[in-house]
Write a protein that binds this ligand. Structure first.
Ligand code: ADP
Length: 308
């Protein structure tokens, strides 16, 4: 195979109580990436969008992933990649993870699927390290595998896909900047035992709710007593959006990734759309520009669209 086109989904990481360990893939938005094999050991990046991301391979998430694959191969293989980004960088819906995961899956496909899923996740995590300074997989894993995933451990890598109900997801991306570094820095380093107990009760409840298709249990468990109370101060309107979306029928939700996007889960499309309207009303009133998505959980992950 000489070239391949892949579709890389946006993802919601830090799934409320599941900070750093639970993530899910979305049907919308998606990046598109096109890859070509080169017979010289180099990476060529061509941007097909308006985001002006770096084209030097060492500074672009996709480039870093491809370089790490080339290092592993140790031969004369190289890659050209065209990136058409629709997931805005810094949105909190896994823009860097889409490029990292897409690069690992696209390259693996061109090479004849020589790597395992765990190896693909490992390559892709090199890209996340460039974007956020730490190797984490809670966007990468759902982006590659689809659905909801639990990252039980990074060392050693232990990723568990969790079957989930067909829920609707409403996302609002207020056009403000929340730097991932700032969002990490304001977190407390220690937690109270009573908060930890409440949090792990919620994580167990959320996972059980997904497995048993129990919407009420999912709703009750979508509570974060550790991260959200601190981080939400970086997101204007957060508390109002959350309480009004729940009044409109949403099961619950929270900050997507490290923000500024906020997501809500709903049982059906009508509620997901009512939730979207609540988000729009709040940001219209606050005079903050935004994008919204009403979508569903993507069970497939990165998809090979075509190749020849
Ligand atoms: P998100 O949660 O939306 O991925 P991050 O802040 O984690 O946002 O990552 C975005 C950062 O990574 C930006 O600083 C951006 O310039 C950088 N970056 C480098 N290459 C890429 C890429 N291919 N896609 C997205 N972001 C990239």
């Amino acid at each position: 195979m000489k070239n391949v086109k892949v579709k890389c989904p946006g993802t919601v990481a830090n799934l409320v109580c599941g900070f750093d360990i639970l993530g899910m893939a979305l049907h919308e938005p998606n990046d598109i990436m096109r890859f070509k094999l080169l017979d010289e050991p180099k990476v060529v990046i061509i941007n097909k969008d308006e985001f002006n991301l770096p084209t030097e391979p060492e500074k672009n998430v996709a480039g870093v992933v491809l370089l790490s694959i080339m290092e592993k191969l140790g031969d004369n293989t190289g890659f050209e990649v065209e990136i058409e980004k629709h997931i805005k960088p810094g949105s909190g819906i896994g823009s860097s993870a889409a490029s990292a995961a897409g690069a690992a899956v696209g390259a693996n496909h061109l090479l004849g699927n020589i790597f395992s899923n765990d190896e693909i996740v490992q390559f892709a995590m090199n890209g996340e390290k460039l974007a956020s300074g730490v190797k984490h997989a809670d966007n990468i894993a759902p982006c590659i595998l689809g659905g909801v995933t639990l990252i039980r451990s990074i060392h050693p890598l232990d990723i568990i896909p969790i079957p989930s109900p067909d829920l609707y997801v409403t996302v609002v991306h207020p056009q403000i900047e929340v730097r991932t570094a700032d969002a990490r820095q304001i977190l407390r380093k220690q937690v109270l035992l009573k908060d930890a107990i409440r949090q792990w009760g919620n994580i167990a409840g959320l996972v059980t709710g997904f497995l048993k298709n129990d919407h009420d249990l999912i709703g009750r468990s979508l509570e974060d007593v550790i991260i959200e109370p601190v981080r939400s101060i970086l997101i204007p309107g957060f508390n109002e959006i959350k309480s009004k979306c729940k009044e409109a029928g949403a099961l619950g939700g929270g900050i997507s990734g490290s923000g500024p996007s906020v997501f809500m889960l709903s049982k059906n499309e009508a509620t997901a759309k009512a939730t979207e309207q609540v988000m729009k009303d709040v940001y219209d009133r606050l005079g903050i520009e935004y994008n919204t998505y009403v979508t569903t959980i993507n069970k497939k992950g990165v998809e090979i669209v075509s190749g020849e």
